[in-house]
Design a protein around this ligand. Structure first.
Ligand SMILES: NC(=O)c1ccc[n+]([C@@H]2O[C@H](COP(=O)([O-])OP(=O)(O)OC[C@H]3O[C@@H](n4cnc5c(N)ncnc54)[C@H](O)[C@@H]3O)[C@@H](O)[C@H]2O)c1
Ligand SMILES: O=C(O)C[C@H](O)C(=O)O
Length: 350
């Protein structure tokens, strides 16, 4: 195992080392849907330093619906009771303008989750309004020089598009949608299949939409320099088992739990923001980001690509990959779905 990478990625190994916490200014982290299932996992991990490290103080700016303000008060009381050394303030509000005031980070989680039997398409219109309002509020209030936005609420890619389009004075590259959970799900399946550790698997990625059309691609993957396809050597498993398992994992969790994934989603959001801030140590990860048309996705879509993040927090799409015929077909399917989603809400785009 690459120990350097392990240390960079596992802040909890230094969780008792708050030695530098006095040196840095707090950053402002807005979290919407703060008292929901994911919010309840996320806030505590952010406040403990899992996201930005043991020397970065944070102020949590929590947004909820008016009817959930009492629940948010309870969550805030629990945050107080943890006596987190890094937590320098908690804002509780139902006003997006307050929640996003001076925000350096915004995790847009609040949305209606998909319930059993409900299609993601049904969620499009219900959620589009929320993300128009929040895009406008970000545009007016956030810290445009530092802001990083992660949309978790579904349909995440299209919600990111709506939020970004409603924030014309913010660089669209500061918005992203979460496919890190899909990426992590893929790593876990591959580690199990190959009897390796998740940290041994390199150059795996998710293309496209955070939905059942996403394409988890192992064709460039390797373990200790040996190609994943040759290690697995089972094309049928890849096509009939691995890809559908990753694509359908969200639905499988809903079927099993009666609720959508929450702890794993919060964990992926932490991974996404941490890596976007501190870099991926040369490794690939997956982020749904503003497309300039790379690999033939339509310019302006929020499309999941393999990316490498440099230590200064700049992400770059991995370039020059040759997709085979099967991959091209999968790519096209998820691209077409994202175009369809965009078309369905186009009257809401400014
Ligand atoms: N991208 C991913 O990988 C991924 C993974 C899991 C879940 N999700 C999505 O994340 C979202 C949240 O899931 P959850 O399980 O936490 O749901 P939840 O219903 O438990 O919590 C959502 C919270 O958002 C709040 N909310 C709703 N509208 C809001 C608004 N306009 N402003 C502020 N708060 C608002 C609700 O009051 C609620 O407390 C869902 O859309 C779910 O489908 C995405
Ligand atoms: O699939 C869903 O609707 C929930 C979530 O996006 C997930 O991937 O777990």
């Amino acid at each position: 195992m690459n120990m350097n990478r392990y240390l960079v990625r596992n802040f909890s190994s230094a969780s008792n080392l708050f030695v530098n916490a006095k040196g840095k200014q707090p950053v402002r982290i807005a979290v919407t849907g703060a008292s929901g299932q994911i919010g309840y996992q996320l806030l505590f991990r952010i406040a403990s330093g899992s996201m930005l490290g043991p020397d970065q103080p944070v102020i949590l700016q929590c947004l909820e619906l008016p009817q959930a303000m009492n629940a948010l008060k309870g969550v805030s009381m629990e945050l107080d009771d943890c006596a987190f050394p890094l937590l320098k303030g908690i804002v509780q509000t139902d006003d997006p303008n307050r929640a996003f005031a001076g925000a350096d980070y915004a995790l847009l989680v609040g949305a209606r989750p998909r319930s059993k039997g409900m299609e993601r398409g049904d969620l499009l219109k219900a959620n589009a309004e929320i993300f128009s309002v929040q895009g406008k509020a970000l545009d007016k209030n956030a810290n445009k020089d530092t802001l990083r936005v992660l949309v978790v609420g579904n349909p995440a890619n299209t919600n990111a598009l709506i939020a970004a389009r409603n924030a014309p004075s913010i660089d669209p590259k500061r918005f992203s949608a979460m496919t890190r959970l899909d990426h992590n799900r893929g790593l876990a399946q591959l580690a199990e299949k190959t009897g390796s550790s998740v940290t041994d698997i390199e150059k795996f990625c998710i293309w496209g939409n955070h939905s059942a059309t996403q394409y988890p691609d192992i064709n460039f993957g390797s373990i200790n320099g040996k190609s994943l396809t040759s290690i697995i050597n089972d094309d049928e498993w890849v096509k009939k088992n691995f890809i559908p398992t990753v694509q359908q994992r969200g639905a499988a969790i809903i079927a099993a739990r009666g609720l959508s994934s929450a702890a794993s989603a919060a964990s992926a959001a932490i991974d996404h923001m941490r890596d976007w801030t501190y870099g991926t140590n040369g490794q690939w990860t997956s982020m749904a980001i503003y497309s300039e048309g790379e690999y033939g996705a339509d310019k302006g879509l929020y499309f999941s690509y393999p990316v490498i993040v440099s230590p200064n927090g700049k992400y770059e799409i991995v370039k020059g990959l040759q997709l085979d015929q099967f991959s091209k077909e999968r790519f096209e399917k998820t691209r077409a779905e994202l175009v369809e989603e965009m078309t369905a809400i186009k009257e809401l785009l400014p």
